[in-house]
Design a protein around this ligand. Structure first.
Ligand SMILES: [Zn+2]
Length: 588
């Protein structure tokens, strides 16, 4: 993909795939490789590997793999040229002046840049309102009343949108084109097409993207205006379902503490963060989306959900919990006494008490079992109801082993003795409903050891490579093997004078063969010698002879059975050939 001498090639030479992937996946060194949880499929035990020398990644679970650019393209959903720039920036490689982009691309980029700048200006505007206007002062009093001091207001960038309906519009009209204002998500249009301020008489919470740039606002009404919470509309820089509130500030704590506290809204986030738990985030919508879960999964796979599960939004809460369960997060539930939300609980009871309860949060299913136990379990009918309540949750756990563990646990906890109920629990654990499992046809261990070792020698051994490639080609030893296309591509590359680079080869192979190549590339090699190479070649020759002998034997039996005059002539020829082959195979 990368032309020699091109900028892409230079980036590729200098880029460190471990460092780039490490920004998305928590990697641990294991042997000569690094491994972690695959960001492309849900899993609990790491099957995702990065090879620092060969500069490739490969998932032994779902089969994805490629070089550093492919990884960034998949993660960022961007094009190849964009991935080069991203990798260069991440690795501190100077990027040459931007090439001429297509007109639309340039327009789109300009729009995004202008919108980000406009949001920065809007944050400053809302902040000043809080500071400098009588109306804003009333808003500040309201915030102070809720325990938000100056420092907190500054730290979270809170502001105020005045009630007039055109304050922001008047401030921005001189600076920005009407069309840009219309596209910003900060204004609405009336029936006659005129713009007016979307946010009026609201406390403003800036919403930043992962990089910390303000891309939208959430506004909480000060009076009785509905809705109580209002967000910016969707724009080219903001998609509600793809942003997690406070993630930009929580990133480091998420990685360090390796769990997230998921709360409902802005005030809860601020309250929990002020109590010393920076690893707090909010979905700020109805329920958590899959995109948000994936985003979070890049930082941690453990979540304590601190919603109020019995609130009006219970359906949404359950959806979030279920989604996290399906995405194989380790989910715990923190339910605060008295049905309090985190913000008011911390205010009433203190940070220390909150921290203590946080540490005791039960696993989601334990929490559900406790709920099920509240129903009357003395009758068989009551137990049936409880089991039916729990069944759908069990069926959503992707891991079969975990499902059956939970089924056993439920049977014990609910004292389910009845064989019928036990049976249906067992069935629920065996089946899995309402989800697609990403389980591709695995190529695991395709190819015999000798083939795999040859592929490895061709990639790794500078001394043996040339001679091996020549012998394989001369005798066409790769024909009919499971690694046939992999070997053919390697031999071709070597004999045409190239260095066999797995990443580059992989780009030209079919998916199955690429997977096979990468799997082998990740096996650790050890010392090499020509004797070993020779013994691998011999194994292939023997394999071929055995196959030929087996085919011959079949033909001999067929001819012997037919008993026609011609067949005895043919049979003699076949038997002679068999003798030759047998002799040959004895010499190998
Ligand atoms: Zn995977």
């Amino acid at each position: 993909m990368a032309e020699p001498g091109s900028f892409a090639d230079r980036v590729k030479q200098q880029a460190d795939i471990v460092r780039v992937v490490g920004e998305y996946v928590r990697l641990k060194k294991s042997g000569q490789n690094y491994s972690g949880l695959c960001p492309f499929h849900s899993e609990k035990t790491p099957s995702f590997a990065v090879h620092p020398v060969k500069q490739i990644y490969h998932c032994f679970g779902c089969g994805v793999g490629g070089d550093v650019f492919k990884f960034v393209m998949e993660m960022e959903k961007c094009t190849f040229p964009e991935s080069i720039r991203i990798v260069a920036e991440k690795c501190g490689i100077a990027v040459p002046a931007p090439r001429e982009r297509s007109p639309e691309e340039r327009r789109e980029n300009q729009l995004r840049t202008a919108l980000v700048e406009m949001h920065q200006a809007a944050a400053v505007f809302f902040d000043r309102q809080l500071e400098a206007t009588p109306e804003g002062k009333a808003a500040r009093a309201y915030l102070e009343d809720r325990g938000l001091d100056k420092e907190t207001i500054a730290r979270f960038g809170l502001g105020y949108a005045p009630s007039g309906g055109d304050a922001l519009l008047r401030a921005f009209r001189a600076k920005y084109a009407e069309k840009l204002l219309g596209a910003s998500g900060l204004f609405s249009t009336d029936a006659s097409g005129r713009l007016y301020d979307r946010f009026r008489r609201r406390i403003m919470f800036p919403i930043a993207n992962e990089a910390g740039k303000v891309v939208a606002f959430g506004g909480r009404s000060l009076g009785d205006d509905m809705p109580k919470y209002l967000n910016s509309s969707e724009t080219p820089i903001y998609s509600k379902s793809a942003v997690l509130y406070h993630l930009d500030k929580a990133k480091e704590a998420l990685r360090q503490r390796d769990f997230a506290i998921l709360v409902e809204g802005y005030m809860d986030t601020i309250g929990v963060a002020r109590a010393g738990h920076m690893n707090v985030i909010a979905s700020c919508g109805t329920s958590l989306t899959e995109t948000q879960a994936k985003l979070l999964g890049r930082f941690t796979r453990r979540v304590v959900v601190n919603y109020d599960p019995d609130s009006a939004g219970q359906a949404a809460t359950e959806r979030s919990l279920t989604l996290l369960l399906e995405q194989e997060f380790d989910v715990r539930v923190l339910q605060l006494p008295g049905g309090k939300d985190p913000d008011s609980f911390i205010k009433a009871e203190g940070a220390e008490k909150y921290g203590k309860l946080l540490g005791q949060s039960p696993a989601y299913l334990d929490y559900l079992i406790a709920r099920a136990r509240q129903t009357d379990l003395t009758s068989g009918e009551g137990k049936l109801r409880a089991v039916n309540f729990l069944m759908p949750y069990i069926q959503r756990i992707p891991n079969r082993l975990l499902r059956s563990e939970w089924a056993t646990k439920i049977a014990e906890q609910l004292r389910v003795e009845e064989p019928v109920l036990r049976e249906s629990l067992k069935r629920a654990a065996a089946e899995r409903r309402s989800n697609v499992q990403t389980n591709p046809e695995l190529v695991a261990r395709a190819g015999k050891p000798a083939e795999r070792r040859l592929v490895q020698l061709l990639i790794e051994s500078d001394d043996l490579r040339q001679r091996l490639a020549e012998e394989i080609r001369a005798e066409e030893l790769h024909r009919g093997l499971e690694t046939e296309r992999v070997l053919a591509a390697l031999v071709e590359m070597i004999l045409s004078g190239g260095r066999p680079d797995p990443a580059e080869l992989g780009g030209n192979l079919e998916d199955r063969d690429r997977r096979l190549l990468f799997e082998i590339a990740f096996e650790s090699g050890g010392a090499t010698s020509w004797e070993e190479a020779e013994s691998c070649l011999a194994a292939l020759r023997r394999g071929r002879l055995d196959a030929e002998l087996a085919a011959l034997q079949k033909e001999i039996e067929a001819q012997a059975a037919s008993k026609s005059p011609e067949s005895s002539e043919a049979l003699r020829g076949l038997l002679q050939r068999k003798q030759e082959l047998t002799k040959l195979s004895q010499r190998l």
